[in-house]
Design a protein around this ligand. Structure first.
Ligand SMILES: Nc1ncnc2c1ncn2[C@@H]1O[C@H](COP(=O)(O)OP(=O)(O)O)[C@@H](O)[C@H]1O
Ligand SMILES: [Mg+2]
Length: 247
């Protein structure tokens, strides 16, 4: 089937809608021989935090991959209301925690998309790196090795790397998973603050606490959209029980 990106807007009313950052229309995606997302239609609001919620295997990471542009939809339409490439913070286990990098070097890699790997960073790049370190409260850890940090500190370094990319869309996969409650709360608070800096945040999570503090939620079950809306409307006991029910 035909894949359409940046399809012309279908109605004038829609074209006036500046509050939507991403539109998905009947989007299907997956891996060779393994369809995962089935006819997903949803919109993701600009300047808000959106949580992708659902049990393991429901398709959260696949959807983030599609939003990040690393997985091509097999059919349907994905439209970004911005021409900036998104910043993507993959799940922590996917990044070598033992890489021999300092926190600053890790965050500097966020500038590579604009500068190229191992190229000398400009003064502006360094300023963006400093801002990202400050935003995450890890300026004092800049010279420390990534491998010697706590899980929460390491996660903040990876989020700072995403932030240093200076995109208006930040995608994060399970940013609070495996962290203690204090580290989780801190990261959740940082994500909310980023919105006031002009960033649209989308994070995949099966941490219901993190999901409840998002502005909106998309609840996935088996690669389909089970519910969407405000957390208090979506994350009801019965909706969660249904989403987590074995199929
Ligand atoms: N690289 C891959 N190749 C094939 N199948 C995959 C791959 N990654 C994930 N899957 C499968 O796709 C489905 C959805 O996975 P995923 O999007 O990672 O779910 P979630 O993030 O919600 O746990 C699962 O059944 C998973 O096994
Ligand atoms: Mg996942």
């Amino acid at each position: 089937m035909k894949i359409m990106f940046n399809k012309p807007r279908s109605s004038p009313a829609e074209s006036r809608d500046r509050t939507t950052r991403i539109h998905l229309t009947e989007l299907c995606a997956g891996y060779p021989g393994r369809p995962v997302l089935h006819e997903l239609s949803a919109s993701i609001p600009a300047l808000a935090t959106t949580a992708l919620v659902g049990p393991n295997g429901s398709g959260k990471s696949t959807l983030l991959g599609v939003l990040a542009g690393v997985i091509d939809p097999t059919s349907g339409d994905l439209r970004h209301e911005s021409d900036q490439p998104p910043a993507f913070v993959p799940q922590r286990g996917a990044v070598g925690d033992a890489l021999p990098l300092t926190v600053r070097q890790t965050v500097e890699m966020g500038r590579w998309g604009d500068r190229g790997p191992w190229r000398r960073l400009t003064r502006r790049d360094h300023a963006k790196v400093d801002t990202a370190l400050d935003r995450l409260g890890i300026g004092n850890l800049a010279t420390r090795q990534l491998g010697e940090l706590s899980g929460g500190q390491r996660q903040r370094a990876l989020i700072a790397q995403g932030l240093a990319q200076a995109s208006d869309l930040l995608l994060l996969d399970e940013p609070t998973t495996g962290l203690d409650p204090e580290a989780r709360d801190r990261i959740t608070a940082v994500l909310a603050e980023l919105v006031t800096d002009g960033v649209t945040v989308v994070h995949a999570t099966h941490d219901l606490g993190a999901a409840r503090s998002a502005d909106t939620c998309l609840l996935l079950r088996d690669g389909r959209l089970a519910a969407r809306g405000r957390p208090e409307d979506v994350l009801t006991t019965s909706a969660l029980a249904k989403a987590w029910q074995p199929t």
